[in-house]
Design a protein around this ligand. Structure first.
Ligand code: PBG
Ligand code: ZN
Length: 335
């Protein structure tokens, strides 16, 4: 018996759920999930050796920017209420050992320093810790026998994370999907007394086809093979939860699911599995898909972005990394 039949049976009035949907004011009152600018993280691509911002072809509206416009850029978002930034570097030169990734005067290190000098503790800086933008072959680790060698790569990840901490990052976010990366980095940070620097594990990073625009933008497309031997298969739920649990044990402060939209079930299950904050990364391909359809006039970009992002939060994400952060902030500030 459903509720309606039941109430008729015992003589009560019909249930009318539509009463609560009648006006926008009522709907707003009763919204169970509310997006806030404070939930959002804005990704930034800083490129060495360019003079002005360059629009990313596959991500209209998103730019690779030189260091000299970084502060102005971040200030714009700050004025909209955005407080958290994820920093990606695109270096001028690469090599097979990714040594450019841990130089003190590297592009990420300089950017983080600049942000710290200009904003201090008023913003939260997160750095992506990986090798792929810095290796000549584009893989996320040091190559032995055609695949990234796990433990050799850990040593480099430790050095990268430590150099980011030294520059003043609040959080480092290892995204290489090497086993034990959170533990290695935690130990390395502690050895250098950076015990206050947090770790956001890219814990369940699925081997997704939605990273293409990012790899194009950040010049990190692997030259040979693919990332399937380290990023995890998108078919697997238990394996994803195992990745999450490992990162928790290894000392992650925040765990992440990436991508977001096709993986709402994993976000939900992660939320039920751990008490740590859960971050979801709505990746480049999610942005591009929306943008492309919007540019054709087939969907309403603002409405779709608000719907998708609200649903990511409803699934259980506490923090959402989104290339649409600026747009969402503008919409929220208007409403
Ligand atoms: C680097 C890294 C990638 C992304 C974030 N960090 C690329 C990859 O793993 O290929 C993807 C982000 C996006 O698509 O927006 N390891
Ligand atoms: Zn990588």
């Amino acid at each position: 018996m459903n509720q309606n039949e039941e109430s008729e049976f015992i003589g009560f009035p019909k249930v009318r759920l539509r009463r609560l949907r009648r006006t926008a004011a009522i709907r707003n009152l009763l919204a169970e999930t509310r997006l806030s600018v404070k939930d959002l993280v804005h990704p930034v691509f800083i490129q060495e050796g360019i003079d002005e911002p360059k629009e990313i072809e596959m991500m209209p509206g998103i730019f690779r920017v030189p260091l000299k416009v970084l502060v102005k850029n971040i200030q714009e978002l700050y004025d909209l209420g955005v407080r958290t930034f994820l920093i990606f570097g695109i270096p001028k030169t690469k090599n097979d050992k990714a040594t450019g990734a841990y130089r003190n005067d590297g592009i990420v290190q300089k950017s983080v320093k600049t942000l710290f000098q200009n904003f201090g503790g008023k913003i939260v800086t997160i750095t992506d810790v990986c090798l792929c933008q810095y290796t000549s072959h584009g893989h996320c680790g040091i190559i032995r026998d055609n695949v990234p060698n796990n433990d050799e790569s850990l040593k480099v990840l430790e050095r990268i994370a430590t150099s980011h901490a030294e520059a003043g990052a609040d959080f480092v976010a290892p995204s290489a999907m090497m086993d034990g990366q959170v533990k290695s980095i935690r130990n390395a940070l502690d050895r250098s007394n950076f015990y206050n620097v947090g770790i956001i594990g890219y814990s369940a990073k699925l081997s997704s086809n939605l990273y293409t625009p990012f790899r194009d933008a950040s010049h990190s497309m692997p030259e040979f093979g693919d990332r399937k031997s380290y990023q995890m298969p998108f078919h697997n739920t238990n394996e994803a939860l195992n990745e999450i649990m490992m990162d928790v044990k290894e000392g992650a402060d925040i765990v992440m699911i990436k991508p977001a939209l096709p993986y709402l079930d994993l976000i939900y299950k992660t939320r039920q599995t751990t008490l740590l904050p859960v971050c979801a990364y709505s990746v480049s391909g999610e942005y591009s898909i929306i943008k492309a359809a919007a540019l054709e006039g087939w969907i309403n970009e603002d409405e779709v972005v608000m719907e998708f992002t609200t649903c990511i939060k409803r699934a259980g994400a506490d923090i959402i990394i989104s290339y649409h952060t600026k747009k969402i902030a503008e919409i929220l500030n208007r409403s």
